[in-house]
Design a protein around this ligand. Structure first.
Ligand code: MG
Length: 400
């Protein structure tokens, strides 16, 4: 009898307090199902609706082996496309279909992608410090824990400045001052290089908090610290400035976690304006489009460094690792600090990290399960993360 999709379920959970969305695609073969990541944490219910109300009826009865055809038709059947909600919904389905494909082949996903290009996946971890001295301590701790590559931030994104010059009354929000932020980061990296020499790979995420001219100055000033990369130095709306930044500095540049639409990355890659593409894989529609993007990047000498934040299920983290281990032009993988005990409880099979390397478990498909009973113990919530409400000293809204 032909294999068909019989049901599509959405499982929401927040084991570390961050809303996650997983998708389960069930088939007509008893015990054969696939899991995928569809997490868009700040609008998770919109993704749940898109899957339950639109994709589920579209998919039931279809052959789960026809991944590419399902991706293409699911994407265009809404006519309007390439937005974050629908892309995440399609990603959940796409990853689940690849999981099924791996289980049918009785192979881990990376084997279907051509096999291993490396023995393990090098990763970097975050050091989110409250002060410069705290940053030095945290980096020391991470180094002692075996990490060789570390992203360093002071006071989150944009930094904290108690002396920020505000008007008499100010609108609520998370305030930062770009000038003082730039100065603090420069001082921090100077001290980090004095203390640790060049033994550590260091990176920093600007999180699109500078004007284009400030971004040019900052990227140039950071060049002396031999970064692994400087991330999101500009918002996606201002990427045309990258040719100016490239003309002024050789600081390696990474960009892309906010991208949804191919038109956002094509020129950055084909003109070689960035060194690392950092897509959020579920945000662009899952494994099927990302495999094509990897080949496109390889042609132009651009490497991959997929977004690996807390707002991604371990299914998504494992998918990144399967791609990383089988991608010749892979650079480095971000590893989330929020993968802790509760996450391993809800998602058995979550990859493990040792001495800065990620290890997959070699089970067929993606290799990560979901314990639905455990997932239900950690319900999602409707609180917006505070950092998304960023403001400049005069009270005007800024990119978060
Ligand atoms: Mg980032």
């Amino acid at each position: 009898m032909a294999l068909t999709i019989t049901d599509v379920k959405v499982i929401t959970t927040a084991p570390e307090g961050i809303n996650l969305v997983a998708v389960k695609v069930e088939t007509s073969e008893p015990g054969l199902y696939g899991l995928g990541c569809a997490t868009f944490t700040q609008r998770y219910l919109a993704v749940v609706t898109a899957i339950e109300k639109y994709l589920k009826p579209f998919l039931i009865g279809k052959d789960p082996q026809r991944i590419e055809d399902i991706w293409q038709t699911a994407m265009v059947s809404s006519y309007w496309r390439n937005g974050p909600v629908l892309n995440n919904a399609i990603s959940g389905i796409d990853m689940a279909l690849w999981d099924i494909k791996g289980k049918l082949a009785n192979m881990p996903l990376y084997q279907l992608f051509g096999g291993k290009c490396r023995d393990a996946v090098p990763a970097y971890i975050h050091a989110d410090a409250k002060s410069i001295n705290h940053a030095l301590e945290l980096v020391e701790e991470r180094k002692e824990a075996g990490w060789h590559n570390i992203r360093v931030q002071i006071g989150g994104y944009g930094g904290e400045n108690p002396n920020i010059h505000k008007p008499v009354t100010s609108t609520s929000g998370v305030y930062y001052d770009p000038k003082s932020y730039m100065k603090t980061v420069l001082t921090t990296f100077e001290k980090l290089r004095v203390k640790f020499g060049d033994e550590l790979g260091l990176c920093h995420d600007v999180h699109e908090r500078l004007t284009p001219n400030q971004a040019m100055q900052f990227a140039k000033q950071m060049e002396q610290f031999d970064l692994l990369f400087l991330e999101d130095v500009l918002p996606p709306e201002q990427v045309q400035w990258f040719d100016h930044i490239r003309a002024h500095t050789v600081t390696p540049l990474a960009q892309g976690e906010l991208f949804n639409n191919p038109n956002e990355w094509i020129e950055l890659i084909s003109k070689r304006y960035i060194d690392y593409l950092r897509l959020h894989i579920s945000q662009v529609g899952g494994i099927s489009p990302v495999r094509k993007i990897i080949g496109f990047c390889d042609t132009f000498g651009v490497r991959t460094a997929w977004h690996g934040p807390g707002d991604l299920t371990p299914i998504g983290h494992a998918v990144s690792a399967h791609l990383d281990i089988s991608t010749p032009n892979f650079g480095i993988q971000e590893w989330s600090c929020s993968i802790k005990e509760n996450t391993y409880e809800v998602f058995p099979g979550t990859p493990v990290v040792k001495d800065g390397y990620i290890y997959l478990n070699d089970k067929p498909g993606i290799g990560v399960e979901i314990d639905e009973k455990a997932a239900a113990k950690y319900p999602c919530h409707d609180k917006l993360p505070e950092w998304t409400l960023a403001r400049l000293p005069d009270g005007s809204a800024a990119r978060p």
